[in-house]
Design a protein around this ligand. Structure first.
Ligand SMILES: Cc1cc2nc3c(=O)[nH]c(=O)nc-3n(C[C@H](O)[C@H](O)[C@H](O)COP(=O)(O)OP(=O)(O)OC[C@H]3O[C@@H](n4cnc5c(N)ncnc54)[C@H](O)[C@@H]3O)c2cc1C
Length: 473
């Protein structure tokens, strides 16, 4: 059936889509495609439980789009690709690059060893708008500050590639030898998130495109203001789809540009595009500083006197700190696998600065629980809040969770939803129930320390302690 036609392996990684998928596009143009996913159970960085849930459904969605021709394997990708190519006498392997340090090194190695064996191996740049190797300062060094990175580096470089449609003709290789089922990967085994997440998220390429369309139609206008209000559906919620490549960043970029050319105020579209720019910046940092997930970018922080208090850390994870906006955020995360960006900053600041707990522990918890858990974005943002990162918020800028709640969720629509114990608290005391007179607490049916925790730390005292620790550096 396939005689005379080139057969190419397309190694699927974080590009679970048919449209604007360069590796798939080129392989389909050349002939028959053998789409392969390899679950690397030997990788040193394990996926969090929520990411495993998303991955399971991403695989199901792509398998169905490929008329059930996606071949699934476990093991070392290099060995598997080599084995498949040899077995089926395949001379072409295509894949899209990844910019995570471990994978980047692996990709180069795989390309070299396949080529040494006479197999053409083509790697395409498709996860980011701009290749991080190419966005450098006039001195050829990496940018460390966001604004010049985005304005001078990105926006003055060549315009990003225009997205391409899905292959007009896609013929997949008829082979299921040794491929295992998606279920056999066991991604949902003992995964307690399944029930919760299935009612909230629809995973897949179509869902990503629908989400983009709906955001452009209803959310892009007003984004600049609304993106800070956690009770609104004011952001795109595309982060997980971008992470898993159910939508490409080029598709998002050009869709927003198109909308902007029509009727969207430029302040909203440019604000949204600059957030996409932050994603590029985080990847650029990870690309140039591969230790970003583990090591303080600013080495001065290596001497920071972190304290570890199991009780505090557990209260934070469970959303039982007694600080309402922090608890709302942590419970949103536990219930939905997502947390609004404004609240991510507040809970991270509280963990690091009020509880004095090392940012790496918070980063790991987010890694476990977020649908969009992403090595570059997660690491760079935690370091940004900690003050240890590139172009970070200064350490002494400590978010006040009372003022933040009052400013960004003034009537508590978001907070009351996730902290129903405080549903009847008047706005005035919602973010500081410990200040409420006894009769107000009674009317609101709140008994601190009984049906809602008293604050685990005093905000002013812990803030001053953090500042003193910072000064000691
Ligand atoms: C402590 C902390 C941890 C974070 N961890 C992650 C993470 O693991 N994965 C992740 O994708 N984002 C992370 N972020 C960034 C941001 O919170 C999310 O990208 C955003 O909330 C996702 O929602 P959205 O798609 O509706 O965003 P939108 O406001 O619609 O933004 C559009 C896109 O821009 C990108 N983006 C927006 N803000 C940022 C940012 N600050 N940094 C990098 N990219 C950004 C995302 O890809 C996002 O999907 C983190 C932020 C903080 C403060």
């Amino acid at each position: 059936m396939h005689e005379g036609l080139q057969v190419s392996i397309v190694w699927i990684r974080k590009d679970f889509r048919l449209s604007d998928n360069l590796a798939l596009h080129h392989a389909a143009k050349a002939g028959i495609v053998l789409p392969v996913f390899i679950y690397n159970d030997t990788a040193s960085l394990k996926m969090g439980s929520v990411s495993q849930w998303w991955l399971h459904h991403s695989l199901k969605d792509l398998h169905s789009s490929l008329e059930n021709k996606l071949q699934v394997y476990t093991g070392n990708p290099e060995e598997k690709l080599f084995e498949l190519a040899t077995k089926h006498n395949i001379k072409h392997v295509y894949f899209n690059s990844s910019y995570e340090p471990e994978q980047l090194a692996q990709d180069k190695f795989i390309q070299k060893s396949l080529q040494n064996a006479g197999i053409v191996c083509e790697i395409f740049h498709s996860q980011l708008l701009w290749d991080p190797a190419k966005i450098v300062t006039g001195y050829g060094t990496p940018y460390k500050v966001y604004t010049p990175f985005y304005q001078n580096g990105c926006l003055h470089a060549d315009a990003p590639r225009f997205p391409i449609a899905k292959p007009e003709k896609l013929v997949c290789y008829n082979n299921t030898q040794n491929s295992i089922s998606i279920d056999a990967l066991g991604l949902l085994e003992n995964n307690t998130w399944n029930e919760k997440l299935s009612t909230i998220w629809t995973v897949g390429e179509k869902a990503a495109q629908d989400r983009l369309k709906s955001f452009i139609a209803h959310g892009l206008e007003g984004y600049k203001e609304n993106r800070n209000i956690p009770s609104l559906d004011g952001t795109s919620r595309l982060s997980a789809y971008l992470h898993f490549g159910q939508i490409s960043v080029n598709q998002v970029w050009y869709a927003v540009h198109k909308a902007s050319a029509k009727n969207i105020p430029v302040q909203d579209s440019s604000c949204y595009l600059s957030e996409i720019g932050w994603r590029e910046f985080c990847y650029n940092l990870l690309f140039n500083f591969p230790e970003l997930p583990h090591k303080n970018f600013n080495a001065k922080f290596d001497a920071f006197p972190w304290v570890y208090n199991e009780e505090f850390f557990t209260a934070w994870k469970q959303g039982n700190t007694g600080i309402p906006i922090v608890d709302a955020g942590m419970r949103e995360l536990a219930q939905t696998g997502y947390m609004h960006n404004r609240v991510r900053m507040i809970v991270a600041s509280f963990l690091i600065k009020n509880l004095g707990i090392d940012w790496r522990l918070g980063k790991d918890w987010f890694w476990e629980c977020l649908v969009d858990a992403d090595l570059a974005n997660n690491s760079a943002n935690w370091q940004w809040v900690a003050g240890s990162g590139a172009d970070a918020a200064p350490f002494f800028r400590i978010f006040n969770p009372v003022l933040q709640g009052e400013k960004f969720d003034p009537h508590g629509l978001y907070t009351r939803k996730y902290v129903p114990e405080l549903a009847l608290m008047p706005d005035k005391y919602l973010y500081k129930p410990w200040m409420a007179p006894a009769n107000i607490l009674k009317q609101a049916c709140v008994s601190l320390g009984k049906n809602y925790p008293a604050p685990i730390v005093e905000l002013d005292v812990s803030r001053n302690k953090a500042l003193a620790a910072y000064k000691s550096l």
